[in-house]
Design a protein around this ligand. Structure first.
Ligand code: FMN
Ligand code: SF4
Length: 432
């Protein structure tokens, strides 16, 4: 199957227990910024992009697009400014990896930005961070200031002659500003509403200029690839999805937390071995593999390697690697109510299917949960979700429809149980 997980390793979080690592001097004492300096002195932008393409690093922001390929889309004709954007919006419920990467390794992120900045010819990176992340924003701003004062950033990066600045921009709490073009609108001071594509950001991005948007974690992998080489990187994870990732495990487990593991680690291994299994000896009912936008998987389908090529065969996706675990006491209709309420509130409202569909899905789910749903409601729910897919300006509507479709696919009998009993058969489940 092309699936291999050779050895457990962690490189992104290796020094995270060490307080000194967050300071410029502590980072440099562990060899920090040496890789960026060497790359900027010894390699051409084309070399850098070629290396990244061979490494096969896939974006960690949700869509899993190949990072080197994305960088190669940027024009390097020198005709005016181009930009990088670091997407630190991290608003997907169940996802908290970027926060830890920024809090515990701010200079690792800056080093990870410098290499693609050089490769794409960008003089400025906008680091767009969700408004609620006050503490990570403070830590990052300090790291940026320290790096600028020490000549790591600025007009002569690390003495190489390359110029680069990082500008921190704080969001104001809208989930849709994590979608890259909604982010760009917000960055420009406009209402955060996704743009029609094409043109794609590499052609027309921030302020009308060519722009590449990558996720925080995607950048953080970059210095390690250049420090240890493509073969090393490809020896971790799977053939199609190399490297580690940070799995954020939450919900009904004994040890919720962040686990850096190779892509391709099985979901049941993450839950039972790393996160200590289901709380209080209860039985597992289901797990969402990658944040609430990703389709739920029922117990019995959790022996799947956590990489997109395998999860797709099970009708789901890696998303942001935020694993949400639910035990036997969980009512899956309530799960649908909570998820659909989130999407109803966060839709930007531009597309009818999304604006109306998210509201209707929530109303139908609440009606079923409260005991007044009918068999016909299940069909209407399925129909509404189906009409939202692939029909809108951005992928938000798909992300809202998929979880509901998966709940119906795997737990239809539980939905029918609500309809027949005219009440929730699991009254001990969580409050809504
Ligand atoms: C509704 C929606 C919300 C998103 N939120 C985020 C987010 O919070 N952080 C993020 O990195 N990517 C988010 N994305 C994905 C971005 O649009 C984009 O693909 C990503 O930042 C690219 O980075 P990568 O290639 O490094 O993964 C979101 C996408 C959608 C459709
Ligand atoms: S799909 Fe939803 S969130 Fe995306 S642009 Fe349309 S209305 Fe806005």
């Amino acid at each position: 199957m092309g699936h291999r997980v050779p050895h457990v390793t962690h490189y992104l979080t290796e020094h995270f227990a060490d307080d000194g690592y967050t300071t410029l001097s502590g980072f440099r004492a562990r060899g920090g910024y040496e890789t960026a300096r060497r790359v900027l002195v010894e390699q051409s932008p084309d070399d850098v992009i070629g290396t990244l393409k061979r490494a096969g690093l896939k974006g960690r922001g949700g869509a899993g697009f190949d990072a080197g390929t994305k960088w190669s889309f940027m024009p390097r004709d020198g005709a005016g400014p181009s930009y990088l954007v670091c997407n630190a919006d991290e608003s997907e419920p169940g996802s908290f990896k970027d926060r830890v990467l920024m809090e515990r390794g701010p200079h690792q992120l800056i080093e990870g930005i410098l290499i693609p900045a050089f490769a794409t010819g960008a003089a400025t990176t906008f680091l767009y961070i969700r408004g609620e992340y006050a503490e990570p924003a403070r830590i990052l701003q300090r790291a940026i200031d320290d790096a600028t004062a020490a000549g790591v950033l600025g007009s002569n990066v690390l003495g190489t002659g390359f110029a680069h600045q990082i500008v921190l921009v704080r969001g104001a709490g809208a989930y849709i500003c994590g979608e890259e073009t909604g982010l760009l609108e917000s960055l420009e001071g406009k209402k955060g509403q996704p743009r029609r594509k094409p043109p794609f950001p590499a052609e027309r991005g921030a302020f009308g200029r060519p722009t590449t948007v990558n996720n925080v974690e995607t950048f953080c992998h970059v210095p390690h690839i250049f420090a240890r080489g493509v073969d090393w990187f490809r020896s971790i994870g799977t053939e199609e999805s190399p490297g580690t990732t940070l799995f954020g495990v939450s919900g009904h487990v004994e040890r919720p937390g962040l686990y850096e593991l190779p892509l391709g680690t099985r979901l049941d291994e993450i839950i039972f071995e790393h996160a200590g299994g289901v709380r209080a000896g209860r039985k597992l009912k289901a797990a969402i593999p990658g944040g609430v936008s990703m389709p739920v998987l029922p117990a019995g389908h959790l022996d799947v390697p956590m990489a997109n090529e395998f999860l797709r065969e099970h009708g789901s996706s890696l998303g942001t690697g935020g694993v949400i675990v639910m035990d036997e006491t969980t009512c899956m209709v309530r799960v649908g109510c909570v998820i659909s309420e989130f999407f109803r509130d966060e839709s930007c409202g531009q597309c009818t299917q999304c604006r109306e569909g998210t509201g209707w899905m929530h109303k139908l789910l609440l009606r079923i949960e409260r005991g007044s749903g009918t068999e016909a409601d299940l069909d209407v729910l399925e129909d509404v979700a189906g009409k939202m897919e692939g029909a809108t300006i951005c992928a938000f509507a798909d992300a809202a429809a998929w979880p509901v479709q998966a709940l119906l696919r795997h737990f239809r009998s539980e939905f029918q149980g609500h309809v027949h009993a005219q009440k929730c058969p699991l009254p001990e489940s969580f409050e809504i």
